[in-house]
Design a protein around this ligand. Structure first.
Ligand code: CA
Length: 518
């Protein structure tokens, strides 16, 4: 009698949810967690302690790993800024969400995970860098940087559509605005806050207290800093080296013109402090009179010192968000995520910037804390990518993932990182060419041990890497006899992924190549 009543009761509940997108917030579903999603810009895992980075300490980001989980094989599907944020919003590849290149207008009228959260009881906000050529939708509140944003005294556009210049350093302001929104939110509803950091994007201008924080340190040059790109035509053609591409003034801040770029926004006090510091750098440059390899190595040191100082401010600001969650009793029921929009070269292959499917820019930091689900100190080596971020958030929020989403929920992995069945292939496609860095468009596949890349447009070449034997990807093994069966197998898998993710452009390129062979 009791059982049949119970069945009838649950059947009614089930009927109630059929035809709707959500599980809603009914008594039979678990409480929806809050979500804080911090997405930085160009922050390399090599600069994070939790990833084994020795360049600097990052106690606050590391704390997320200590109290939650760290993904060792977290990838992006197109390694540039705007497209990665478009993928966060949609859970889709660039060719499906229509945003493969920077500096275009992202279509905000398509499916966005945040809109689905809004429809399912959440209050949503995006604070900081958005940079998608459009105003956000799917967010009850936004307060975003205008365009790329500036490190000092940046302009913000709020949901009221007003543009206001804010005094101060960008990373501090983004934190202040984020915490102000958290304070003003409706305490009776779950929230999802995206914090979009400008750090650590070029041109790496540190906050005043962090200037010179790493000046006493001589950073080791990456072993392949003087890479000559032998056997790698696309790498040969790029324009993103510390040696040639990195500008002496805007990037290295030698003989800086304080009337241009970010520097023209400074107030007198900021200008005085920055000028004093970079005058010292200029003096050193003038006195040393370096050329050739010595000059490249010196530029690398300057790059590291500014880049890491910008990262130092960000880690400190992430600490403020962690403190806020601590003090407001929000740790247990809040999912806290830290990612970068992609990885970045810190001198590997002689580069800064990203774009290539090589490890440093393909991989991106991804750490997550959710005490109700994730054991502290969880180390995850299974594959995850940025198409998975949106479906994971939806799943954690007990919202049904729409079929059009291409990523998968990582929740099974968060519950059990020893899970038996999991994806072990990643599909990648990069587009932007020729400006700004002359990286030939390419697509490819990465498995646990191998990587196969097909470049097109600037150069029609294949590259193959055995990551176990060549983790720095210095030796293109595409013509090596011993790898031919592995390469044939990878080409088959690549074709399957292209079909799975419906990448028509890549499919046409490979079909054309096969026809030419016949
Ligand atoms: Ca970026």
């Amino acid at each position: 009698m009791f059982n049949s009543l119970r069945i009838a009761f649950f059947s009614l509940l089930l009927l109630g949810t059929i035809g709707t997108k959500s599980y809603g917030q009914t008594n039979n579903t678990p409480k929806q967690p809050n979500i804080v999603f911090i997405i930085s810009d160009d922050h390399a895992y090599q600069a994070i302690g939790a990833y084994g980075g020795k360049l600097m300490t990052t106690p606050n980001i590391d704390r997320i790993a200590k109290e939650g989980a760290i993904f060792q094989n977290s990838f992006v599907t197109n390694s540039i800024c705007g497209p990665s944020r478009a993928t966060l919003l949609t859970g889709k590849y660039s060719h499906q969400n229509g945003y493969p290149l920077n500096e275009k207008k992202f279509d905000v009228n398509q499916f966005l995970f945040s809109r689905l959260l809004q429809e399912n009881n959440y209050q949503t906000a995006w604070v900081g860098k958005w940079h998608l050529g459009n105003l956000p939708q799917g967010f009850d509140y936004f307060n975003i940087l205008r365009g790329q944003g500036n490190y000092y005294n940046p302009d913000f556009i709020s949901s009221h559509k007003d543009t206001i210049q804010q005094n101060g350093y960008v990373t501090n302001i983004i934190t202040e605005k984020s915490l102000a929104w958290l304070n003003s939110r409706d305490q009776n509803k779950p929230f999802c806050l995206v914090v979009g950091e400008k750090a650590t994007h070029r041109e790496w201008i540190p906050d005043l207290p962090d200037l010179g924080a790493y000046d006493a340190i001589q950073f080791p040059l990456p072993t392949n800093f003087y890479d000559t790109y032998e056997g790698r035509d696309a790498a040969m053609r790029q324009d993103m080296t510390v040696e040639k591409t990195m500008r002496m003034n805007e990037d290295v801040k030698v003989h800086m013109d304080y009337k241009t770029g970010d520097f023209k926004r400074l107030n007198d006090e900021q200008r005085a402090v920055l000028k004093k510091y970079y005058d010292g750098v200029t003096k050193e440059f003038d006195e040393k009179k370096l050329t050739g390899k010595e000059l490249s190595a010196w530029k690398f040191q300057r790059y590291m010192k500014d880049y890491l100082a910008v990262a130092k401010s960000m880690d400190r600001n992430i600490g403020k968000i962690l403190d806020y969650l601590d003090k407001n009793n929000l740790v247990e029921n809040t999912v806290l995520i830290y990612v970068s929009d992609q990885g970045f070269y810190l001198g590997e292959h002689g580069w800064f910037d990203k774009r290539f499917m090589y490890e440093e820019s393909l991989k991106t930091p991804f750490l997550i804390r959710y005490p109700k689900m994730i054991k502290p100190g969880t180390n995850i080596t299974r594959f995850a990518s940025n198409i998975d971020w949106a479906p994971t958030i939806l799943d954690l929020a007990h919202v049904k993932i729409p079929a059009e989403v291409q990523g998968i929920s990582l929740v099974p992995l968060l519950k059990n990182n020893q899970i038996k069945q999991w994806k072990d292939e990643l599909y990648y496609h990069y587009y932007e060419y020729p400006e700004p860095h002359h990286v030939s468009p390419h697509f490819g596949i990465r498995t646990t041990q191998y990587k196969l890349i097909r470049f097109y447009n600037a150069t029609t070449t294949w590259e193959f890497y055995d990551l176990k034997n060549d983790p720095s990807e210095m030796k293109n093994g595409i013509d090596e006899k011993k790898y031919q069966s592995t390469i044939a197998n990878l080409k088959t898998k690549l074709n399957l992924l292209i079909d799975k993710y419906q990448d028509k452009e890549a499919k046409a390129i490979l079909e054309k190549e096969n026809q030419l062979k016949k």
